[in-house]
Design a protein around this ligand. Structure first.
Ligand SMILES: NC(=O)c1ccc[n+]([C@@H]2O[C@H](COP(=O)([O-])OP(=O)(O)OC[C@H]3O[C@@H](n4cnc5c(N)ncnc54)[C@H](O)[C@@H]3O)[C@@H](O)[C@H]2O)c1
Length: 311
């Protein structure tokens, strides 16, 4: 199949790109490299350096490549930036996303797989693990734009022959996640501990997240090429891991490092505990996570050791 992957120079979508190419698909990538890296772009994929907010260019690319499937991963995903500049956040996560959806559908794409966020759309959970029918109450403009685009896809699918699949990822970690971003605590701790620098934890370390290995997320994207029609599906482990446990796991994988992290005041607006119920993913995608947290951390640290320049 011809698959157009937005954000394919980034962490998650570059891993998805590699898998789709291995499976024999023809892949083109749209990415403006704002947070992605040219080194992540698989040489077998066609690469368009393009900002998805540029409607004319997105239209041209769709006319030229004529994708059958769209994997939409390009996004503004820095929650603090979304709060300080919600107009920019919406311009990428809604207007830019619409350019990809509309022009993809116009040239005949019959499916769109969207990287939504289980960590951001639900807000502070009322119960754990969070199921897809848990009330949605995003606490940041980022969560709101992700949720809004799920609805644009639903509406567009009622007007045009394009089938949406929304994958609500938990906290994804693994090779190619940058240690220099705002999110991605496994990568941040790995980068700091490998450089023998101190780590900071906001709060007392008891905050929990659901960490899902990128290789497992890739498998969900493989499954979503054929299954999950018109659905919204959590992609997580259902397991809560505290920030302190992340620190301990990364330090154990690195083998050395400063004794204790520095504890800083909790940041306002952060969800305290979350994990995602994955029974729906099991049922509709036949997917479940395979990589245990400690093993995933080990693989991530190995990657950071070998790629310290842009890790
Ligand atoms: N990392 C996570 O834990 C996580 C969790 C939930 C959802 N997601 C979603 O998964 C997707 C990928 O995230 P990631 O962690 O790989 O981040 P990433 O920053 O590595 O990837 C995003 C990619 O999008 C590109 N991009 C951003 N704005 C663009 C624009 N205007 N035009 C073209 N390209 C643009 C960036 O250059 C980058 O390559 C995002 O949609 C994100 O919201 C990620």
């Amino acid at each position: 199949m011809k698959i157009l992957i937005s954000g394919g120079a980034g962490f998650i979508a570059s891993n998805v790109t590699d898998a789709y190419l291995q499976d024999g698909h023809e892949v083109a990538i749209i990415d403006d490299l704002v947070t992605g890296f040219r080194e992540n772009v698989n040489a077998q994929a066609k690469f368009y350096e393009c900002d998805i907010r540029d409607a004319d260019r997105v239209a041209q690319i769709c006319d030229e490549f004529k994708p059958e499937v769209i994997s939409h991963h390009a996004a503004q995903l820095d929650v603090r930036k979304a709060v300080s500049d919600p107009v920019y956040d919406a311009s990428v996560n809604i207007s830019g996303a619409l350019n990809v959806l509309l022009h993809g559908a116009r040239v005949g794409a019959h499916r769109i797989i969207f990287a939504s966020s289980g960590g951001a759309v639900y807000g502070e959970p009322q119960f754990l693990p969070v199921t897809e029918d848990h009330p949605v109450a995003p606490e940041s403009p980022y969560g709101l734009t992700k949720f809004t685009f799920e609805h644009y896809m639903r509406i567009w699918s009622q007007l045009h022959p394009i089938t949406p699949v929304a994958l609500r990822y938990a906290n994804v970690y693994g090779p190619r996640q940058t240690a220099h971003g705002e999110a991605g605590v496994v990568a941040i701790f790995a980068g700091l501990l490998l450089d023998n620098k101190p780590c900071k934890i906001f709060g007392d370390g008891s905050m929990t997240r659901d960490y899902v290995f990128v290789g497992d997320v890739v498998e969900a994207n493989r499954a979503a090429l054929k299954r999950g029609d018109n659905d919204i599906i959590n992609i997580g482990t259902g397991v809560e891991t505290s920030t302190r446990e992340v620190f301990d796991a990364v330090r154990a994988a690195v083998g050395t490092g400063p004794a204790e992290p520095e504890l800083l005041p909790e940041r306002p607006g952060e969800v305290h505990n979350i994990c995602l119920d994955n029974s729906h993913a099991k049922e509709v995608l036949g997917w479940e996570p395979q990589v245990a947290f400690r093993e995933g951390v080990q693989r991530t640290v190995e990657w950071h050791k070998q790629n310290e320049n842009h890790g």
